[in-house]
Ligand binder design. Sequence first.
Ligand SMILES: NC(=O)c1ccc[n+]([C@@H]2O[C@H](COP(=O)([O-])OP(=O)(O)OC[C@H]3O[C@@H](n4cnc5c(N)ncnc54)[C@H](OP(=O)(O)O)[C@@H]3O)[C@@H](O)[C@H]2O)c1
Length: 329
Amino acid sequence: MSKIKIAIIGYGNLGKSIETGLLQSDDMELFGVFTRRDPKTLETTTKGVSVYHLDEVENLKDRIDVAILCGGSMSDLPVQGPLIASLMNTVDGYDNHALINEYFNHMDEASKKAQKLSVVASGWDPGMFSINRILAEAILPVGETYTFWGEGVSQGHSDAIRRVSGVKHAVQYTVPIKSAIDAVKNGDMPTLSVKDKHKRICYVVAETGADLTKIEHDIKTMPNYFEPYETKVHFISHDELLKNHQGLPHGGLVIRYGQTGLNNEHHQMIQYQLKLDSNPDFTARVLLAYARAAYRLNKEGASGAKTIADIAPAYLINLSAEEIRKKLI
Ligand SMILES: NC(=O)c1ccc[n+]([C@@H]2O[C@H](COP(=O)([O-])OP(=O)(O)OC[C@H]3O[C@@H](n4cnc5c(N)ncnc54)[C@H](OP(=O)(O)O)[C@@H]3O)[C@@H](O)[C@H]2O)c1
């Protein structure tokens, strides 16, 4: 059987992890990497990978089954997403939670016109955490859901800081507030706003001569990303960044506390936890599973944008329905 041909659009952390993630996917193969940079300047992790300029993607669209969009959510995906979705099936990890509906509508319009399918806002949050929140609230309608992230590097927030004028490089750690986790685990069902649950710690390498006060202000007041949180900005040297902030660990926790029984006397808890040594590797594995789903659904005639809430789990795994019933049900 022929393999699903995957294109990587954008070669950053996530793009590289899709490349290596494909080595674990027997039913898929890498068609090539597309970049806005000069393709000759890109050094891929594995040998023999075809690298194209993004401008070439339209000419090659009929040879690609699914494009995995690996650009940044803040300014790459809003432009690249609808463009690529008008040509082929796509999957992305768009993670600007506040603007997901807006992005979804643009992707839906583009992919419906092209009769292709786009999986939007996949990954782990949004993504696996979203599925777990949906399942938990469907099962325990009376209760409270809590999501904690970290401690770890948020690629989306790091990317957002790197786009602030005067910033050369940056890493952002999302740090859960321990007292809030303890209160939730005690079953206190506290009312917590986003800023009660997390702090954001930023390590920034500024351009020579940049206005540090302005950079700090621009970061702290960035809507949705930083504005509601307690945010600390530390300016460091490039050497310190390379020495102490190179890894991309992350993780988090979704907890649902629910009550059942005639008088809500029974306390039930659902917990889903991720401890990730490499955020991009894990995100890539999720996007690859949804690339399989996008390919299969489109083959069945489905088109338009979908989130992971719309896709049945059987489409994700490289097993027949019979094998799933035998091994996993
Ligand atoms: N949903 C989730 O759970 C989840 C989890 C993790 C990440 N994400 C999303 O994934 C997005 C991508 O994350 P990322 O860490 O892969 O971002 P990144 O490394 O900053 O890459 C973003 C884009 O920047 C360009 N780029 C990368 N390295 C470059 C370099 N050395 N010089 C010039 N340009 C470079 C690449 O495009 P070109 O090749 O075209 O230049 C790449 O597509 C994030 O914005 C986040 O929204 C989602």
